[in-house]
Unconditional design. Structure first.
Length: 360
């Protein structure tokens, strides 16, 4: 999914990278970044399987692990879309919570079927994301400030709505098909093992659709290239005729929609639509995207890398948990991983810029 935008300068490159046409050449160490993430993830899974054989149990460990990875990959994609235009979405967790609230309200009060509740969830997330993008584009205020303010606003709004509409801060009505979506694997819906392993949850289908959709957007459409150009150099993009305000609006709309999808998936995973959904989405959203190769400064994204980065974090989290590492220590380790990833991202930017200056 990570193929180059074809331009005269980089048309012969075979790296699976999505970048703006003005993107710099990458060092060999990062050309194989996705392969390195894959090898490291497999190696750690093997190591944890040796140290704790229960790690390889398909139903008790791998199934919930892959279900969490599926959800957090969508969270990372929501952050990645905002990063593609050089912005960030600090409200990704609250947007997920708001989308889940709308879905739960639809099921509990409106009696909606599973599919219509999901559509309501996605619509609510897209609206909140569009509002965020509109404020940023119209006012020129930085995405950090606007999304942080939106995070606090949604925190209060979601809490008030749950208090007013429910008794226990949760919608517990479960429409037909929700429990099957939560507990069945791809192998359960086919004859034998035609559709996959019993360890792969049905929720993974949503993640595959999100990956395929964003991969097509960034590699095959002009709009995707314009998103990347907006992130790489907003002034140059504006001068070249790209409607940067509209692209910012689009990026945040997609970010809100994906965040809401992640909130729905998290609610399905727990079986209830509650106010605490999305509380722990912030760190994974940046870890998955940045580890996967997305630049914080915009212009370069990696759809496949977001999946691999999230998978690595998920394997580390589950493995250390089985080894008895406490949650506090685990968060320290993950914070260190993010710090190293951010440092590497800065080094990448500086080195790539210097290469462009020398080659100009």
């Amino acid at each position: 999914m990570r193929t180059p935008v074809r331009t005269p300068r980089n048309a012969s490159r075979a790296d699976d990278e999505v970048a703006a046409p003005k993107s710099t050449q990458r060092l060999p160490i990062w050309v194989n970044q996705r392969l390195g993430l894959l090898v490291l993830t497999v190696a750690l899974a093997t190591l944890f399987g040796i140290l704790r054989p229960a790690f390889l149990d398909q139903r008790l460990v791998l199934f919930p692990l892959l279900r969490d990875i599926s959800t957090l990959t969508v969270v990372a994609l929501a952050q990645m879309v905002a990063l593609s235009v050089g912005h960030m979405n600090l409200a990704v967790g609250r947007m997920a919570s708001f989308g889940a609230l709308c879905a739960g309200f639809g099921y509990d009060r409106l009696g909606l079927p599973l599919q219509l509740g999901l559509l309501l969830c996605l619509f609510a997330g897209a609206v909140i994301g569009a509002l965020t993008g509109w404020i940023i584009a119209r006012t020129g205020v930085g995405s950090f400030v606007v999304t942080l303010a939106m995070d606090f606003a949604l925190l209060g709004l979601v809490s008030l709505l749950y208090s007013a509409l429910t008794e226990n801060a949760a919608f517990t009505t479960r429409p037909s098909g929700l429990m099957d979506l939560r507990s069945t694997s791809l192998a359960d819906i086919c004859i034998g093992r035609v559709c996959g392993s019993p360890a792969v949850p049905q929720l993974a289908q949503f993640t595959v659709l999100a990956l395929a959709g964003l991969g097509f957007l960034y590699t095959c459409t002009r709009m995707g290239r314009e998103l990347l150009l907006t992130g790489a150099n907003p002034a140059a993009a504006e001068l070249s005729g790209i409607p940067t305000g509209r692209r910012i609006l689009l990026a945040h709309t997609l970010s809100g929609l994906l965040a809401a999808l992640a909130g729905f998936m998290a609610a399905v995973g727990t079986g209830t639509f509650r106010a605490s959904i999305g509380n722990d989405f912030m760190l994974p959203s940046f870890l998955g995207a940045v580890l996967g190769g997305t630049l914080l400064t915009g212009g370069i994204v990696s759809v496949l890398g977001a999946l691999l980065g999230t998978s690595l974090v998920g394997v580390i989290r589950k493995g250390l948990d089985l080894l008895g590492v406490g949650m506090e220590s685990l968060n320290i380790y993950l914070g260190r991983v993010l710090l190293l990833a951010l440092s590497a991202d800065r080094v990448r930017t500086v080195v790539s810029y210097r290469k462009v200056v020398r080659s100009a």
